[in-house]
Design a protein around this ligand. Structure first.
Ligand code: FES
Length: 153
């Protein structure tokens, strides 16, 4: 990680780029990365945390192997997103923002993914599932579990 951060040679304009690289490599932004970047780019840690909390793409906690994001923006909300979110919570046994104990699934919400006409919508490992019905939630979870099994063959 140090090597990756040191490559940017103190250019503050590269902050978002560095954070993306770390997120890509580790799946989240470890606290020690924030302090290292702060020293390297001479930006305060609180400023970096401000950026991290502003952009939903960054996570300060390790995420599970599969990321499920339910859109809770207005258009999706009125089309039943709360019921979709509840179904994911019930099936996975976690709240939004949490990861299952086996580290398989992380459940998150977002405020709009830019496909309002297809609401309610959820993303599962980056794949969009539009006009979602609660009965389809189980299928999505099973598909993600199978994906893991198939890729480990
Ligand atoms: S509100 Fe859900 S995609 Fe826009």
């Amino acid at each position: 990680m140090e090597k990756l951060i040191d490559e940017f040679e103190g250019d503050q304009r590269e902050l978002i780029h560095i954070l993306h690289e770390i997120q890509k490599k580790f799946g989240y932004i470890p606290a020690q990365a924030v302090s290292r970047i702060s020293k390297q780019l001479k930006i305060s840690e609180s400023e970096i945390f401000g950026v991290l909390t502003f952009y939903k793409a960054f996570s300060l906690k390790p995420r599970g192997e599969h990321l499920i994001t339910v859109c809770m923006g207005t258009a999706c909300h009125v089309r039943g997103a709360p019921m979709i979110l509840d179904e994911f919570k019930r099936k996975l046994g976690i709240e939004s923002g949490e990861t299952t104990e086996d580290n398989q699934f992380t459940l998150e919400t977002v405020n709009c993914v830019g496909a309002c006409a297809l609401g309610p919508i959820a993303k599962a490992d980056g794949e969009y599932h539009g006009q979602l019905k609660t009965r389809e939630v189980d299928k999505i979870i099973k598909e993600l579990m199978n994906k893991k099994r198939n890729s480990s063959k």
